[in-house]
Design a protein. Sequence first.
Lengths: 372, 401
Amino acid sequence: MSSVKPRARELGLGLLGEAGPHNAITDVPGVLVGFKTLTQFAKAAGDTQICTGVTAILPRGHDPEPHAVWAGQFDLNGNGEMTGTHWIRDAGYFLGPICLTNTHSVGAVHQGAVRFMIETHANYFRKYHAWAMPVVAETYDGLVNDICGLHVTEQHALEALRGATGGPVAEGNVGGGAGMATYEFKGGTGTSSRRIAINGCSYTVGVLVQSNFGKRREFSVLGVPVGQHITENALLSARGIPEQGSIVVIIGTDVPLTSLQLQRLAKRGALGIGRTGTSGGHYSGDLMLAFSVANPVDVPMIGDPQPPTYRGEWLNDAHLDAVYGSTVEAIEEAILNALLAAESVPTIKPPGEILRAIDHAALAAVMRRYGR
Amino acid sequence: MKDRLFTMAALVLAGLLIHGVAAAGAKPRARDLGVPFDGTPGALNAITDVPGVAVGFTTLIQGEPPLEEGVGPIRTGVTAILPRGKSSYADPVFAGWFRMNGNGEMTGTTWLEEGGLMSGPVMITNTHSVGVVRDAVIGWLRDRDLLKGGNYPWALPVVAETWDGALNDLNGFHVKPEHVYAALDAAKSGPVQEGSVGGGTGMVCYQFKGGTGTSSRVLEAKFGGYTVGVMVQCNCGGYDELRVAGVPVGPNIKRINLWSNLQSPTREAAMGSIIIVVATNAPLLPTQLNRMARRAAIGLARTGTTVSDGDGDIFVAFSTANAGVAKDAGYDAPFKVRHAEMVPNDYVDPLFAATVQATEEAIINAMVAAEDMKTLDGRTLIALPHDQLRALLKKYGRLQQ
């Protein structure tokens, strides 16, 4: 399912910053990604069409030791779901995977994620008084997927989770991003990363988006108003239907950041998506989560003696801007990557149309016209 | 074969439900025992005193300790609260929420906070069954043809949880979609069961058997005569913390300490959570409902807890007034302004007081209605003993004769 299409960087769009080796969230040490993609295209009118899936991100891989990650969260517009956020907001950390799926499968994936946590941290869940609160977020794929058919199962989530690996990450119509639309082009999963040098130390920030937002007219690439030039096949705008999408932005880093700093970083997620032109529609669930793999958090082994204090290191705020800038750039690039890797799919709502992937040559032509 | 399996499942389900109904009977409630409470309750002293609010349960009780993962014992369930009965999805209610301590889950709050409204039911279950309940709500709305007329082609259900792993085979995942359907289908107005029912089946409250509880208050006519109803799934509180009508009950009734074998600081404190649902027919706007949800914490405090690090204490408040105001307008329909009613802020204090009072009583009701249950390690977790409670109230001059 991995894409053979060129990524944004390979198109020579003039993206800023130095990407990591895979230009993916997996460039952050220890972070793994897995997908389960479900597709069954309708052959005749009335057939059930399935085009959806599950994306799994493991901040600490398959480590059996239950170490949480520090985290921060931000909603630009809350017409969406991300579970696990109550504890992230109060305690500043979370244990377990991050999963992305469609709106109506958050539950199935949640249960799969709970099961995965119990099997991964078997000792913790059997011996200690433990409960799981995984992060599961969603975007709506009802344009191309029978979302009310509830086709994603716990088993699918487990496959994505168990199969998570490092290295290059598939983009476009994969995992939870299978059925997504972005600026009324075919959207999906996208990723990107940046290397950051702070006082001689090298760090990475990696981003993964499930991109499903935007009205065509607003679409902008590196400041170029592409959506005003490529106006064909804007399925919703042509029917007077408002934006119905969402975007989930996951930001991972090995920069040692506190939960408060990560909350501030999560807000930069809004700036990253803002660069692509959207104004953050009412129907959109634009949800951001940032985590740091530095300073592993010991979860309470209830029943064991507890240390009185913890020590950790965190970034001097004076250096935060380098992290902010890289994150915003990587989000913009991840969204472009999702668009460029996506493949056209037939729609079921409205029926009988094609949700078309962006044409690389047409995009390049518009960019050239603006000197890019 | 499939049909037969379905029938068997239905019979098992029916059996479990009948068990729940039979257990309700004519049990005394906290005020019947002489516990003094402030304020005037509604006719049923239940959340269903708020017109239109319907409540349903599925209670799963099966097997005895010791724990065999995937088999049992099963002591869990599902609670469904529908603000406007079957129209709850098509006609959203204004809503607000508050997180007292976030070591827990309540889905749907992202949109609740953003939009100030809630479509569909509020569900409560155990920690590891949030997922199955959440998607089953969508399946139920779809199968009962209730998704039509909603504001969006998607649903973001509100599903909350508390942890029942001391009494239930939590990691056996015993809650299934059909249990969720059964709770939703069974939802009705009228008297509400309490104690070990629905999502509250396997709860522990102040180291007594906890569970589901409810109460209501009716405001004086000069304040609008509105009703405030509260429902709790109570699973919180430290061993020594319990106060009933201000009387230190917790330290004065001998019982097991579930966590006495623990060496961590939590031994002295509490572990658990409480979900509180506040309903009213007073016309309140989402900002006012956020404030009302915060008052649930004050009602909770009256029972003595100091809210531990391990608590997921999350509260939601909704108003059944302003029917139709938050309905789908349709982006393709001509623009038209809608008018909503609100209680002036000068008159919200009686509603806040009612919330505090009803929350306190709902928690004590949950404990009074619960019955002893064996823990997974075979010890007996006692319910709050009525005679000892009365004796303590009498000793401290608080028994209402």
